[in-house]
Every structure is written in structure tokens, then in C-alpha cells.
Design a binder for this molecule. Structure first.
Ligand code: NDP
Ligand code: MG
Length: 376
């Protein structure tokens, strides 16, 4: 039985994780579940599966005093629990830069991390991978592409046999829209993802393709590959979740219907495999799999992410923070869709800080967001 600390339990990944756990009650036990604002939803999970500790990190936690059971409030309470309680793996499904401190806390106390919070790796990939090494912990990706790559790399007898990683992307809702029409994109348009149902932030990131950019940086850190060994390929059906090309020309891919329950379950069961929670894939129902190159003109954040990743230092932190702030403003309908890449780009022309420590990273994230929020 694996004991799981589930952070961000009320989100899209969190809810799918609860489904996986309900399907495999003999294998998984939730010892801690956290939410930020959705108190009711979090506590209701306690009626579905046994949960030892509940944590509300946001201000809504204040209103739940007197509730029975092990209910804790605030970020510090969560950080303390992550040090004190006994668990085997943390599933970090917090959205945005807020997730970084929990990834670090888990690794510092020697825990494996099933990582959905890709922002942790984008902001502090060098620090996190080093921490994992020092503390003999594994970072197991929950992101479907990286889960696929991890599986495809199992054919690698030697790292030198890998020619390139091919990250697939659905292309989002606007892959067929003419660039001239981008100025008319509304919030409702951008929230309609063609193949995945996800939280709002990543849905907008998918529409701008910033998500694929973040995933390029994530792949660089997880698999220790150079940026020119990573390609992005549009694959609208989202059935091939990514591929690895070997030097002899073989391409190994992982296929399944797009459903996050599969990569979540594999991250938790790894290196074991359990019966599917998601439906099995009937390829005959899919009919066709198509591919084409991404359009960097329509989706400038994708190209920017490659440059940002190559620059390294504090630049990926700035990219992530500016993107997060711009997406928040767009979700509040304070800016237009086409403003998002412009806002991000403006922040990138600054002197770099190489090998930033965690404090510098967290400070810069805050500074950039505050600056952008003040300006709009
Ligand atoms: P959601 O917005 O659906 O959920 C986010 C979760 O984080 C919620 O439980 C929320 O709590 C909690 N949360 C929000 N802000 C904070 C904070 N400041 N501190 C602590 N917890 C907080 O996001 P998703 O589930 O879509 O995504 C989560 C992560 O997984 C992201 O990093 C995303 O990029 C990644 N991911 C998601 C995929 C998907 O299919 N959704 C696919 C691949 C990766 P509450 O709701 O109670 O406020
Ligand atoms: Mg993904």
C-alpha cells in the first residue's frame, strides 16, 4: 500500500487522482489532501475514501473552524505536515509557481514526487533535479507527454542511442485559425480545448502553446537532453502522447485515449502497473492519426520557451511568472488573448542571473507578477 500526499486535490488532476485511488483502494491510501479555496469539495472526499489529514492553504480555511477531524489551515501547516507525517510519494497537482515550495519540501525530506506541477521544474529545474539526486528521490512526471517519454526511453540501452525527443501537442483550439483572427479571440473561445478537460490556467496555456513551451523546459530537466534534441509536433488527436527517436531511425511512441487518469496512475504505481482506471484504447475507433509542424508565428510563446530554456539562469523563472500573470489577467478579461505573448516578451530583455538560489527565484517570481498586475 502506497501512502500518498495529494496536493491540489480539488483541481482537475486532483479529481482524476481521487478516481484512480478509488479504483485501487488496496494499492493506494491518501494520508494528506490539500486544497486552496474549495473547502467543501476537499472535505467531501473524506466521504468517498479514507483521508488522514486535510489542509486548506488559502483564506477560505478560516471559515471551517469547529469541523471535526484532522483539518489544518495555511501554507505553513502544510509544509510542517510534509515534514512530520509518514508518506511514500507526493503528488503535486498545485497550479502555478505556488507549487514550487512543496516540491522542494517533499524532496528535502527524501520523498518521491509524482509531479504535475511543471512550473516547479521550469522555475527551478537545476535546483530540483540536484535535490532529487542528493536525497535519492525520483521525480516521476504526471504530464502525459513526459509520462510517454519516460516509457519510450525504457528502450534506451544507452543515452547516446537517443537521437531526439518528439513532444506531441494537440495544437489547442486555434491551430486552424488564421493569425489575423487572433485579435478577436474571446475568453470563452480560449477555454474550449479540443481534446483535454483541464484547469483554466493550463487550458489557456494550451491555447497560446505556452504549455508546450513549459513542457520543452520540463523535458530538458527531466531527461537531461539539450534543447536542440527536442522537437514539437502537432498531433490533433492527442492519442500519441510523445515519442523518442533513436539513432537507428526507430521511433518509439506511447498511445492511449487522452485521459489524465492513465499518466496519474502510472506515476503512482511506477514501476509497477495496475488495471486501467481510464478506458482501454480502441484504435479502430480513432481512424486516423495526423501530424504537422507547429506555427511559431501564431504561437510565439513556443519559440520563446526554447530561447528562454537555452538562456537558463533566472530567465525561465521570469518567463513562467510573466506568463502566469498574463494568463490571470486574461482570465479576468483585463487583457486580450494576443496581449499574453507581448506581456511575457517585454519582461525577458533583462540581465540574467546565473545559478539563482531558491530565495532569488521565489523573490523574482513575486516581483514580476506584482509589476505586471500593477501595470494592468
Ligand atoms: P486546477 O486549477 O484545476 O487545480 C489547481 C489545484 O491547486 C486546486 O486544487 C487548487 O485549490 C490548488 N491551488 C491553487 N492555488 C494554490 C495555491 N496558491 N497554493 C496551494 N494550492 C493551490 O489545475 P490543474 O489540475 O489543471 O493543474 C494542476 C497542475 O498540473 C498544473 O501545474 C498543470 O500545469 C499540471 N497539469 C495539468 C494537466 C491537466 O490535465 N489538468 C495535465 C498536465 C499537467 P482550489 O481549487 O481549492 O482553490
Ligand atoms: Mg502535457
Amino acid at each position: 500500500m502506497k501512502k500518498i500526499a495529494l496536493l491540489g486535490a480539488t483541481g482537475s488532476i486532483g479529481q482524476s487522482t481521487i478516481e484512480v485511488i478509488k479504483r485501487h483502494p488496496e494499492e493506494f491510501k491518501v494520508v494528506l489532501a490539500s486544497a486552496h479555496s474549495r473547502t467543501e469539495e476537499l472535505l467531501n472526499y473524506g466521504n468517498e475514501i479514507p483521508i488522514d489529514h486535510f489542509v486548506i492553504t488559502g483564506e477560505n480555511g478560516v471559515g471551517i473552524s469547529g469541523h471535526p477531524g484532522n483539518i489544518h489551515k495555511g501554507e505553513d501547516a502544510l509544509l510542517s505536515l510534509l515534514e512530520e507525517i509518514d508518506y511514500d510519494i507526493m503528488l503535486n497537482a498545485v497550479v502555478g509557481s505556488a507549487g514550487l515550495k512543496y516540491t522542494v519540501a517533499g524532496l528535502k525530506t527524501g520523498h518521491n514526487i509524482a509531479l504535475a506541477n511543471k512550473e516547479s521544474l521550469v522555475m527551478a529545474g537545476d535546483i530540483i533535479t540536484e535535490l532529487a539526486k542528493e536525497n535519492h528521490c525520483k521525480i516521476i512526471p504526471v504530464d502525459s507527454e513526459h509520462c510517454a517519454i519516460m516509457q519510450c526511453l525504457e528502450s534506451a540501452k544507452d543515452k547516446s542511442h537517443v537521437r531526439r525527443i518528439i513532444l506531441t501537442a494537440s495544437g489547442g483550439p486555434f491551430s486552424n485559425l488564421r493569425l489575423e483572427a487572433f485579435k478577436n479571440i474571446t475568453l470563452q473561445d480560449a477555454l474550449q480545448h479540443p481534446t483535454w478537460a483541464m484547469g483554466n490556467k493550463i487550458t489557456i496555456d494550451s491555447a497560446t502553446m505556452a504549455n508546450k513551451g513549459l513542457e520543452v523546459i520540463e523535458a530538458h530537466h527531466l531527461f537531461n537532453v539539450y534543447y536542440d534534441e527536442i522537437d514539437v509536433l502537432i498531433h490533433p488527436q492527442s492519442v500519441i502522447h510523445s515519442m523518442v527517436e533513436y539513432i537507428d531511425g526507430s521511433i518509439i511512441s506511447q498511445l492511449s485515449f487522452p485521459d489524465m487518469k492513465l499518466p496519474i496512475q502510472y506515476a503512482l504505481s511506477y514501476p509497477d502497473r495496475f488495471d486501467a482506471t481510464a478506458q482501454y484504447t480502441d484504435l479502430a475507433k480513432i481512424h486516423e492519426l495526423t501530424f504537422y509542424k507547429p506555427n511559431f508565428e501564431k504561437f510565439p510563446l513556443l519559440g520563446m520557451a526554447f530561447e528562454v530554456g537555452k538562456n537558463g539562469g533566472i530567465i525561465p523563472t521570469i518567463f513562467n511568472a510573466a506568463n502566469e500573470a498574463a494568463v490571470t489577467l486574461f482570465l479576468q478579461e483585463k487583457i486580450h488573448f494576443i496581449d499574453i505573448p507581448d506581456i511575457v516578451e517585454k519582461e525577458l530583455s533583462v540581465p540574467n542571473i546565473y545559478n539563482p538560489d531558491l530565495e532569488t527565484i521565489i523573490e523574482k517570481d513575486k516581483e514580476i507578477k506584482e509589476k505586471i498586475y500593477t501595470n494592468y
